[in-house]
Design a binder for this molecule. Structure first.
Ligand SMILES: [Zn+2]
Ligand SMILES: [Zn+2]
Length: 375
């Protein structure tokens, strides 16, 4: 895979995936594009419709051994692309702003490598996972997985770190997050008699004030208000209902559960004071992505052997990764690939995955497979 023709083929594939982005759960065309490529890489097994539009390509060695799973993500984001690249998104309001197009191209490159050099022992599973951004894909895939991986790995491109550097971290790599939906139930009344009803307006105001003060950013404990609505846009009615949505983040499972309790307690207090009922629900839950010792050391050794610059992240990243569902169940680890210090941030409309990371990602995964299967 070191010759330019093969890398160019993967760059072209990345650009095609970039041009045809699809939202979480809708990755149908993406899966078709990947399938066309993967069929030519002659895996021993190719399974489609895994946890939605996911795909698994399996390569078996002659001698039994470990099962190693590599995972990439397939979904794009509801963001209008603002770059002028020639392969810019053809889907209005949707684009690959988390670099998952690059992750898929890397994984296809790994498949091409394995097609040429099948593993001698053990089993390699290449998983193309749908719906990462909504935190639903990994759990769905795992519920349908017929394998129990001994080791699993993933990578994520990371702006803010020098191009091609490998970012590792012991323990928690990415934090937990969960969406909280609070529905206040009061009583609407005629706008001329607001005292006859129970308006949730003050409760919403208190809660928003609370969320603006409760975060401890240096500790990675963050509440971010996402949405708030009160009543209807009708001048004759004092509102009886309101909805507030907030994302909670914490660096460990324990801290997340404490933080959720604290927030819930505050909502209780506010509602008692304002004589309101409320209904609480949760969405898009991401567990902590915790790196296990063995796979993490394999990542480090591989990067050193390949001569890539490595960097240890000092703190758990505040964003979440649904790869945490894998590391919760199997020994696994994720690493970052630096995509440049002065690049746009992930999820910003200007971000574009740098193609020069493709051969680096392939070399890392290939080295990781070799080490993992040799043990
Ligand atoms: Zn993302
Ligand atoms: Zn991502």
């Amino acid at each position: 895979m070191n010759n330019h023709g093969n890398i160019q083929r993967l760059i072209d594939l990345r650009h095609q995936l970039h041009r045809e982005p699809e939202l979480s759960g809708n990755e149908e065309q993406t899966a078709n594009t990947l399938l066309q490529f993967l069929k030519q890489q002659h895996p021993d097994l190719l399974v489609t419709a895994v946890g939605g539009h996911g795909i698994i390509a399996v390569y078996n060695g002659e001698i039994p051994g470990r099962t190693v799973l590599l995972r990439c993500d397939m979904d794009a984001l509801p963001i209008n692309e603002s770059t002028e690249v020639k392969y810019r998104s053809a889907a209005s309001g949707i684009s690959h702003k988390c670099g998952h197009d690059g992750h898929m191209a890397i994984m296809c490159g790994v498949a091409a490598e394995l097609a040429e050099n099948k593993p001698v022992r053990g089993t390699v599973i290449l998983l193309f996972q749908p719906a990462e951004e909504t935190g639903q894909g990994a759990a769905r895939v795992i519920s349908q997985l017929d394998y129990k991986p001994d080791l699993c790995y993933a990578l994520h491109n990371l702006p803010g770190f020098s191009m091609g550097s490998v970012i590792t971290k012991d323990g928690a790599f990415a934090g937990a997050s969960r969406g909280m939906i609070i529905k206040f139930e009061g009583k609407c009344s005629h706008a001329s008699q607001p005292l006859e009803g129970t308006s949730p307006a003050l409760a919403v105001a208190s809660l928003i004030t609370f969320f603006s003060k409760v975060s401890k950013h240096s500790e990675g404990i963050i509440a971010t208000l996402i949405h708030a609505s009160i009543g209807e846009a009708a001048f004759g009615t004092s509102p009886g209902k309101a909805t507030v949505m907030v994302t909670l983040r914490a660096p460990t499972t324990k801290k997340m559960s404490q933080f959720s309790q604290d927030v819930t307690q505050q909502i209780n207090l506010i509602c008692e004071e304002e004589k309101l009922q409320y209904i609480l629900s949760w969405a898009e839950e991401f567990p902590v992505t915790a790196n296990a010792e063995l796979p993490n050391s394999i990542i480090r050794q591989t990067a050193e052997q390949l001569g890539y610059k490595t960097r240890d992240a000092k703190r758990t990243f505040p964003w979440s990764e649904d790869f945490g569902h894998f590391t919760e169940r199997y020994p696994g680890a994720i690493f970052g690939l630096g995509s440049g210090v002065n690049t746009a941030l992930l999820h910003s409309s200007e971000y574009d995955f740098p193609d020069q990371l493709i051969p680096i990602g392939i070399a890392m995964f290939k080295g990781i497979i070799d080490r993992s299967l040799k043990l």
